[in-house]
Ligand binder design. Sequence first.
Ligand code: HDE
Length: 704
Amino acid sequence: MSTDEDLDIELDDKQLQLDLARVDKTGTALTTDQGIGVDDTDNTLRAGPRGPSLLEDFHLREKIMRFDHERIPERVVHARGSAAHGYFQPYDAALAQYTVAPFLTDPDTRTPVFVRFSTVQGSRGSTDTPRDVRGFATKFYTAQGNFDLVGNNMPVFFIQDGIKFPDLVHALKPEPHHEMPQAASAHDTFWDFVTLQPETMHHLIWLMSDRAIPRSYRTMQGFGVHTFRLVNAEGRSTFVKFHWTPVAGVHSLVWDEAQKISGKDPDFNRRDLWESIEGGVFPEYELGLQLIAESDEFAFDEIDLLDSTKIVPEEAVPITPVGRMVLDRNPDNFFAETEQVAFCIGNVVPGIDFTDDPLLHARLFSYLDTQLTRLGGPNFPQIPINRPVAPVRNHQQDGFHQDDIPLGQANYHPNSLGGGCPFVPGAGLTAPDQNTYVHFREQVDGHKSRKRSETFADHYSQATLFWNSMSAWEKEHIAAAYQFELGKVAPMHIRERMVEHLNQIDHTLAVTVAAGIGVAAPEPGRPNHGRISPALSQTSMPGSTGVRGRKVAILVADGVDETGVAALRERLLAGQAVVDVLGPVDGAVTTASGGTLPVDKAMNTVASVLYDAVAVGGGDAAADLLVADGVAVHFVAEAYKHAKPLIVLGVGDRLVQAARLPVYEVSDRTGDVPSKPMAAALDGVVFLAPDAAPDAGFFTEVQD
Ligand code: HDE
């Protein structure tokens, strides 16, 4: 690492702490777990070369025993995940009036973070690109202790009350009798459950949108979902909703692409995260907060702040930008870090507090509880990735895997034998200070009952708001997703029930979906309220990073005009795009001028779905070879199908013609490069002169 910025991070407290746990095997000799050097690790100790193995072979027994126990239970949900280290830094001290938490208010503090992204339904080894919610969990190692913001990439949740979570997850997971399907929501039990539980309707429409198939973790939002509280030094609380917005914009795959990627590269999102960080294209997100005064709790029509199936539209409460998170370091070891990290929504620091959201409260129990089985006992906070950088001193000791050696005689409070230590620092405080957690003094009053508030009753208005706010292509994708998913549901009565729900959201949507799944069109249902929230559309978040981190394939063959390819490559690399030159086979191709051009990969080992754009090199002989190559023809045809920019250099257009694609000629234009929507609007392919490589605007909406 070279810059000053990087240096700060490398020297941060969490990394220093992790250094103590990192074990470098370079140049070392092999030992047993007891530190004993071994003479042979390939042959069991035997009585004669063909004789029986001997029980006294401690190296064999230990090696096999350790192997037998290498796996721990995978997470019951969010089992498949990928993670990275980084830091968070607030822009300024503006939040100091709302919270005592310095990590949100001190612009000189860079708080180390570890972020784990995940899918929900599939197992640990499942694919990255199913239609699913994505987890976005952030552990902030603040100087005041760990704060875990355990969010998702959608701002609402399926259910209002945590007691329904086991039912939801049972219905969503592979069906119990045959354990199918893996990593997919398109099956009977899921749609049976959700159609009987109308509170799921808002989250469902998000799940049918392209938000459920993010292009990468770099281009995905994150949300805390629940309403939390910020609490200041006077003990005043302000409601808060947490939002992460990716600097690279919000971009998704299209469904056909997502399904193909599942086969071509099931690690697509994981690989992208890893390679981006290795390549110095660090994923960045802005933290934004919606702040709502305590006195405004009931100021919103149709929204109860305690109901996690509702958003507070940004038009009603704008998002205040607060700071920036950068992910700049890959984990050293997947198991030790990504698998063993334990997020607990109850991990809060002074200045952040809970509300009475009944979904949140069930989570407060669940996360702590689940780690006991998953990580084998109560000392999981001592695992290096989970350890706070703040000192931990208490009388909670013993249990499986205690790593510390607590000193002294007194393991209770109060004590005099240990000098009264650890002492209770905040005794008597009525409001938090930055080092002492004091729960918000909320007044509560009520009769015990299993009743849901009337204010939670509206399950359709915000689903309609979401639908209304989509662009035409987003609407098309949503309707197609309902058709795909419901088309996989065998019982017709479940399909019909869903169409009835859709009819409460929007009649046109219901009719469109019904037409695709063999259900009769319903009579007009609940009238559409006509409201929109423009901020909900992906088109409102194009991002500002242009070609940076985008992947471009350049197809070449023997006889390619190397000058065009070199110019394009150079300009893309200058913008920090990732460029792969693809040939019919690996190695190199000969060029028009008799030289050689190295090839990064053979075309048939990858596919257009793994790229954001495809370019075709020029050169007469190369064009003839590419036209005769079915893989190359399919490459450009498929890229076109997924509305990706096609960049065609010189006579490379012959390949486009061979694929029978409509053509749009811009080879005479250099500066004014059309964007994908323009290419799509013209229903054609973009031709570029070699010196007209894409600029920032070109990729803005590549994946939308
Ligand atoms: Fe989770 N959830 N969840 N969840 N959740 C878990 O904790 C649970 C919910 C979320 O990368 C589990 O350590 C209940 C909402 C993420 O390690 C478990 C309820 C949101 C992750 C659990 C919810 C989430 C989890 C499984 C309803 C978004 C992955 C393993 C009351 C705001 C964290 C584990 C990681 C993981 C329970 C609902 C996000 C079982 C009971 C809402 C990102 O404890």
